[in-house]
Design a protein around this ligand. Structure first.
Ligand code: PEP
Ligand code: MN
Length: 337
């Protein structure tokens, strides 16, 4: 349930409503909006009696929230959330392009790619320092050295950097270097990690679990938001289906479904969706035309030599061509890139 306050509600009236909510054994969560404040009622087991709050001073309306998750729900906040990462605003009607290698391999590799993608128009740089690999014998990332390289990339190019955090043990370490933290598909339901991300000052990219429904994914976002961090960007990255022509199946309909159910921005990771270089351009165009708030894409100067995911990375030259080809599509759907 959401208690919507009048625009003119005083701080004392807001406090009185919060006290009335907690007196019933519920949690009161103030949700500031553009013009007025609303108070979310959390931790109720069944339906809450609206008449308990309707008569209180400063209360405009009481709205039942029909979705089980509350804070991430569009019913709780009708305006789109804009997530700011440095100077980049994700979800404000622009198309945010996040590009970089799958894994940071060396300073030269990272800086070369970062300079190229920046010149081509990318807004943020990505690169893994801690890599979740299927095989324990595969390259696991440079760890601390990778984080230091990411800091150098930010310093040299001005691009904000996003990198994955894999576990609680390395959370503080990753958080102290990254401008934005990524929670990967394999950790979408790692609830202690989600809670920790919710207590972080950093914005978070939350990838969809490869076998998660959209509602399960939104529940995971609720874990982060429930701890206080509302700087969440949802990232569709393909799901497991019976189709084996691609690594995963890009669920393009997840973009409008999440946008209808939630106020959080949604981006599309085209690299891990298809797992094939020839699909990167069409999937990027599809994401853009569907109204995604951004794209994540892997770029490598020498994909054949890449330590991770070379077969699904673009060269810097192809990335620059892609960026040019997106402009008319963005214009056609009233966005800019
Ligand atoms: C990645 O972005 O590097 C990654 C491992 O993605 P995912 O968690 O979607 O597989
Ligand atoms: Mn990858």
């Amino acid at each position: 349930m959401l208690i919507v306050m009048e625009k003119t509600a005083t701080p004392d009236q807001i406090k009185a409503v919060e006290a009335a909510v907690t007196a019933r054994g519920y949690e009161a969560r103030p949700i500031p909006g553009g013009e007025r404040i609303s108070i979310g009622v959390l931790r109720n087991k069944g339906a809450v009696d609206a008449s308990l709050f309707l008569g209180l001073g400063g209360v405009k309306d009481v709205i039942p929230v029909t979705r089980p998750y509350k804070l991430v729900s569009r019913e709780t906040r009708s305006e789109d959330t804009v997530v700011r990462v440095g100077d980049v605003a994700i979800g404000n009607g622009n198309m945010t392009i996040i590009a970089g290698p799958c894994a940071i391999e060396s300073e030269a590799q990272a800086l070369t790619i970062a300079r190229h993608v920046k010149d081509a128009g990318a807004h943020m740089f990505r690169g893994g320092a801690f890599k979740p690999r299927t095989s324990p014998y595969s390259f696991q990332g440079l760890g601390q050295e990778g984080l230091e390289i990411l800091a150098k990339v930010r310093h040299e190019t001005g691009l904000p950097v996003v990198t994955e955090v894999m576990d609680m043990a390395t959370f503080d370490q990753v958080e102290s270097y990254a401008d934005m933290i990524q929670i990967g598909t394999r950790n979408m339901q790692n609830f202690s990690l989600l809670r920790r991300a919710g207590r972080s000052p950093r914005p978070v990219i939350l990838k969809r679990g490869m076998a998660a429904t959209i509602d399960e994914w939104l529940w995971s976002a609720e874990y982060v938001l429930a701890e206080g961090n509302d700087k969440i960007v949802m990232c569709e990255r393909g799901i497991r289906t019976f189709e084996n022509s691609t690594q995963n199946t890009l669920d393009i309909s997840a973009v409008p479904v999440v946008q209808a159910r939630s106020h959080l921005p949604v981006i599309v990771d085209v690299t891990h969706s298809g797992g094939r270089r020839d699909l990167l351009v069409p999937l990027t165009k599809a994401g853009l035309a569907t109204g995604a708030d951004g794209i994540m894409i892997e770029v490598h100067p020498n994909p054949k030599e890449a330590l991770v995911d070379g077969a699904q990375s673009l060269t810097p030259e192809d990335f620059a061509d892609l960026m040019q080809s997106l402009k008319p599509i963005a214009a056609a759907v009233g966005r800019s890139v």
